[in-house]
Ligand binder design. Structure first.
Ligand code: PMP
Length: 365
């Protein structure tokens, strides 16, 4: 068996140890004579799996008691609608910051449901930066302010979460953390709501995690379908209908793995080291370039370009021959992207940096 170095943006690499444990438990989970996939979500065994996963996630992210953790379906894309449906309350508009493709998709969906005030945008700069918070035109009467903490396609990430003027006292901050949740410690209290699709740092696709200030629940717009109402899911312990049981179980294994890595402080150190190796190689090169301003470069999705897009094919083919897979940039922006989530080992970055050096040398000869 060989495991490739998988730089996929998502669904993405999972820790080998987690997959090995899942394999060992696949046919007969803890003497039950069945797979977790075959179990009732109401069984004592699955309730135990679910509760352990929740407790571990609360511990990892230090989620305060007055926040509700939800394990949902529908991906982050469904949250683009659930956030306005649940958080608008009696307000008619929400603030959004536009830092790239995923912010733009959230904005487009919110516009179906409310008036959207775009507080700032880096679109004119090809989304290579995050607009200075001092320039954001926040509305003190907005229902919430939405940001994307890490733009998966552009590779632009908030390094810290800024205050954004007087409205930060009263306007809840909502963050799409799909591609950098669990990559570093965060202060959950800074946010009214955090959401993330699972398929990068949490587990397999099919599960969506939401962490919401309990005070913000229970005000869904009249007529909101019950499956889109956070309060309905909270009341049912995220089992309002059949949950994605196997994805939930695998996420639990990932949380256990993360705890064994020293929790989020431990994984952050490793993530910073991995990203620095790759950005240092890009900066030292005369061939590869980073399209992102140095103070907002993502530790999760490292985008880079060659001087001539014609060279991309040769670079990607050579990478594939070395087992360095899924380095092609998103089709909307081109270039290359190495997604180096928690489960991507440092050896993968070392192999990529070696290959980039070789490619550069060969291109000069
Ligand atoms: N937001 C971000 C930042 C993402 O990276 C993605 C998926 N790549 C999404 C939202 C959409 O997630 P999903 O496919 O789970 O709906």
């Amino acid at each position: 068996m060989s495991r490739a170095f998988n730089f996929s943006a998502g669904p993405a690499a999972l820790p080998t140890e987690v997959l090995e444990q899942a394999r060992a438990e696949l046919l007969d989970y803890h003497g039950t004579g069945m797979s977790v996939m075959e179990m009732s979500h109401r069984s004592a065994e699955f309730i135990d799996i679910a509760e352990r996963a929740e407790a571990d996630l609360i511990e990892l992210l230090d989620v305060p008691d007055d926040y509700q953790l939800l394990f949902l379906q529908g991906g982050a894309t469904t949250q683009f609608a659930m956030v306005p449906l649940n958080l608008l309350g009696d307000k008619s508009s929400a603030d959004y910051l536009n830092t790239g493709s995923w912010s733009a998709k959230a904005i487009k969906e919110a516009r179906r449901l409310c008036s959207v005030n775009v507080v700032g945008s880096s679109e004119a700069d090809n989304f290579d930066r995050i607009p200075d918070p001092a320039s954001w035109s926040c509305d003190p009467d907005a229902a919430y302010l939405h940001i994307c903490s890490n733009e998966t396609i552009g590779g632009v990430q908030f390094q810290e979460f800024p205050e954004f003027g007087p409205s930060s006292e009263t306007v809840p901050l909502v963050a799409d953390m799909s591609s950098d949740i669990l990559s570093r410690p965060i202060d959950v209290r800074r946010f009214g709501l955090i959401y993330a699709g699972a398929q990068k740092n949490i587990g397999p696709a099919g599960l969506t995690v939401v962490i919401v200030d309990k005070a913000l629940m229970g005000h869904a717009r009249p007529g909101t379908p019950s499956m889109l109402d956070y309060a309905v899911h909270a009341a049912a312990g995220s089992m309002s209908n059949t949950p994605p049981t196997y994805a939930w179980y695998l996420a639990g294994l990932v949380f256990g793995w993360l705890k064994a890595q020293g929790g989020l402080a431990g994984i952050e150190l490793r993530n910073r080291r991995k990203a620095a190796k790759l950005y240092d190689a890009i900066d030292a090169s005369n061939l590869f370039q980073s399209p992102v301003a140095s103070d907002v470069r993502s530790t999760m999705n490292v985008t880079f370009t060659l001087p001539d897009a014609e060279m991309d094919g040769a670079f990607l083919a050579g990478a594939g021959q070395r087992g360095l897979l899924n380095l092609k940039g998103h089709r909307s922006v081109g270039g290359m992207r190495a997604s180096i989530y928690n489960a991507v080992p440092e050896a993968a970055i070392d192999a990529l940096v070696d290959y980039m050096g070789e490619f550069e040398k060969d291109s000069q000869s």
